[in-house]
Design a protein around this ligand. Structure first.
Ligand code: SAM
Length: 253
């Protein structure tokens, strides 16, 4: 079972998430345990104060270190979790990072608010994490994004695990287009090849589309993708503006 401990001043933020779709199923199956920790429960004063002014002056408030340390120490009595803190300048969250986190048994995520957290909290942090170069009002949406991406990688969570293999970024390329019924909708037809029943050809067409989509939409990814000789040939065809059918007939597939 994978455990997530989320340190937040808004635990209610995670209720819809925990009660929806595959996350809810994973929790019910006992594959995931979601422990949302209200930092106010770890305050010592009667006002349950979690924030304070910034030393040196400046706008806004900061999350105080004491409740965060107290919650961390209690969680660590059982097992020391891998600790993430949400920060706009942290390591950029991506599919590779999600796979790495899927290997950890216990993950704690500290959700910042206001101007952020007292810097001394970093003493317990293993990794700062960002979900992109923009500023959120709190770390909760980031924690939610991270958990969602990691939970679907846990064996038994996604019904058809083959879908993980063909997801975007699983092999450095983006995904291929998919269609469902009806075969013709508002004059738009499902590509004939997908209805041909020729699985070898369908597999090749999908690979072609992945390479084409990556070239057109995310060319930056192609620099790192490890393409086979055949796939490099496909890329040359795409770059020259040729069609899948040209590739098939030229290469006698
Ligand atoms: N003062 C901070 C700065 O100079 O960038 C911004 C603080 S922001 C308003 C409040 C909190 O939201 C942050 O402490 C962090 O926990 C979270 N946050 C904001 N943007 C984020 C991002 N792109 N990724 C992850 N967490 C983010």
């Amino acid at each position: 079972m994978k455990k997530f401990h989320i340190l937040t001043i808004f635990p209610e933020f995670f209720e819809g998430f925990a009660n929806t779709g595959i996350v809810s199923k994973a929790i019910k199956k006992g594959l995931v345990y979601l422990n949302t920790v209200n930092l106010r429960d770890y305050t010592a004063d009667k006002h349950r104060t979690v924030d304070d002014v910034v030393y040196g002056g400046g706008p806004g408030m900061l999350l105080k270190p004491e409740p965060i340390f107290a919650a961390y120490e209690e969680i660590s009595k059982e097992k020391k979790p891998y600790v993430l803190i949400t920060e706009p300048w942290g390591r950029k969250f991506d599919q590779k990072f999600a796979w790495e986190l899927s290997e950890k048994d216990e993950i704690m995520i500290i959700c910042g608010r206001y101007e952020g957290v007292d810097e001394r909290v970093k003493a317990i942090v293993d990794q700062e994490v960002s979900i992109g170069d923009f500023v959120l009002s709190g770390g909760e949406p980031a924690a939610l994004v991270i958990m969602d991406a990691v939970i679907r990688l846990i064996p038994g969570v996604v019904g058809d695990e083959d879908s993980l293999r063909v997801d975007s970024f699983s092999d450095g390329l983006v995904g291929y287009p998919n269609y469902t019924r009806p075969p013709v909708f508002k004059g738009m037809e499902v590509p004939q090849i997908l209805r041909s029943g020729n699985h070898k050809l369908i597999e090749l067409w999908r690979r072609w589309k992945q390479i084409e989509n990556t070239y057109k939409k995310r060319p930056d990814l192609l620099k790192k993708a490890e393409l086979s000789e055949k796939e490099i040939k496909i890329l040359h065809y795409i770059k020259k503006g040729k069609e899948f059918e040209d590739f098939i007939s030229d290469n006698k597939v």
